[in-house]
Design a binder for this molecule. Structure first.
Ligand SMILES: Cc1cc2nc3c(=O)[nH]c(=O)nc-3n(C[C@H](O)[C@H](O)[C@H](O)COP(=O)(O)OP(=O)(O)OC[C@H]3O[C@@H](n4cnc5c(N)ncnc54)[C@H](O)[C@@H]3O)c2cc1C
Length: 390
């Protein structure tokens, strides 16, 4: 496993400082107000945080995937909404990074890496989440444009993003082979955000419905060729899901740290609750699960930084997302229990962390779907097992 360079360590220290001094004090307010935290975006812009997601020619730092994941983890320890802002910027930019033409990259990536523009990824529709090949939004070619009609649902950064990676059917009869990817800019006539969803957690992140009614996108904004959209969507998710894993792990570790601090000082029956073996056992399990999850997440980061692609990445990505998010849910429920009544009230952050954790098992592919992906990749691999050798 690679270790961080001195420069990467310094950046991570800066991220830790920002998380502790600037983001943590805002977390409860962001949750209570349900407002998108533009002040956190401004902080990221000032401190070059978005640049950690991009290569140097695109205006970024070129410091790699592992450091970007660690950044999301560190921020999510104190505020899952603020961690998600970094993860969604990556999700919405990956199409351009992976398959954008030189002209498209030059047009969009510098503004995304500075944070001047925020990005979004629009695949899900009311009738198709897990079954993403069943999308019904259409893109009809008309001269030098495509005309987009349809709706997207549950889109993170809806209304705050300047650019959206959009998936639509150029051949509605062709299943996943009929899907094409585009970049569409906010403000395009015929494209609007119809509503924002109130929700259980990550309250400061916008989740919205996009409506396209004859919106025109120039051919110059098509990503890849017609019919390549589904493959592009899946390639993007292979790379972006670990961002959700990093968010989940951050939430889990943040809750563990909070439970530990509380258990050290809260006394019952004449001793700190951390000295009661049932509580000590919980703390030990929470810490162990976080450490195991971190192993899977950092393994993925090292694979990407080592140039891996294809099925190896697909499986590692699904395993990291699946495990880190299940750990986040289990650990945050235990953290609430360790704090007893205080765990349940908003004076302490663990109830927020428990609410924030849930969505990490759902978005960017539910954990049921991740299990199917891991099993599919296992079945594809040709392994020589002791059984086969018999
Ligand atoms: C807060 C939030 C933010 C989101 N952000 C985005 C975004 O930015 N961009 C975007 O495109 N989407 C986004 N989504 C959508 C998200 O990715 C989908 O909600 C998710 O993929 C599940 O799809 P669904 O809601 O249609 O559930 P369904 O697909 O209807 O699934 C319902 C249940 O059935 C299970 N299930 C479905 N099919 C199978 C199967 N074959 N085998 C076993 N179980 C199955 C699922 O695991 C789930 O438990 C977001 C969602 C939320 C809640």
């Amino acid at each position: 496993m690679r270790t961080l360079t001195d420069e990467q360590r310094e950046i991570l220290e800066l991220v830790r400082l920002l998380a502790r001094e600037r983001i943590k004090p805002r977390a409860a307010e962001i949750d209570a107000s349900h407002e998108f935290p533009w002040d956190i975006v401004e902080l990221y812009r000032e401190q070059g945080i978005f640049g950690l997601l991009y290569d140097e020619p695109d205006g970024g730092t070129g410091t790699g995937a592992l450091l970007a994941l660690m950044t999301i983890e560190e921020i999510s320890k104190v505020c899952a909404t603020s961690g998600l802002i970094v993860a969604v910027q990556d999700l919405g930019s990956l199409g351009l990074k992976l398959v954008g033409s030189e002209e498209q990259k030059a047009r969009f990536l510098p503004k995304l890496s500075s944070g001047e523009w925020l990005a979004a990824y629009a695949l899900t529709e009311a009738g198709s989440g897990s079954d993403s090949a069943a999308i019904r939004t259409t893109a009809r070619r008309d001269g030098d444009d495509y005309v987009i009609d349809g709706d997207k649902r549950f889109i993170s950064n809806a209304g705050v993003a300047s650019v959206y990676t959009l998936f639509a059917k150029t051949d509605p009869m062709a299943g996943h082979a009929g899907i094409t990817a585009f970049v569409i800019e906010a403000g395009t006539p015929g494209f609007e955000v119809a509503r924002l969803e109130p929700k259980l957690g990550i309250a400061g992140s916008t989740t919205g419905e996009l409506v396209f009614d004859g919106a025109r996108v120039p051919v110059a904004n098509r990503l890849g060729e017609e019919g390549e959209g589904f493959k592009i969507a899946m390639r993007i998710l292979d790379r972006s899901r670990p961002g959700v894993a990093a968010q989940a792990l951050g939430i889990a570790q943040g809750a563990t740290d909070c439970a530990l601090e509380y258990a050290r000082t809260r006394e019952t029956m004449g001793q700190p609750i951390a000295q009661h073996q049932l509580i000590a056992g919980k703390l030990a399990d929470m810490e162990t699960r976080c450490a195991a999850a971190r192993g899977l997440l950092y393994h993925f980061g090292n694979l990407v930084d080592g140039g891996a692609d294809g099925p190896e990445l697909t499986k590692a990505s699904a395993m990291a997302k699946l495990y880190c998010s299940d750990v986040a849910m289990e650990v945050t429920i235990e953290a609430v229990q360790v704090l007893g009544g205080y765990g349940y009230i908003t004076e302490y952050p663990v109830e927020r962390m428990m609410r924030d954790a849930k969505v990490t098992q759902i978005y960017e592919g539910t954990n049921e779907i991740q299990r199917l992906v891991v099993a599919r990749e296992m079945l594809r691999e040709t392994r020589i097992t002791p059984w086969a050798a018999l």
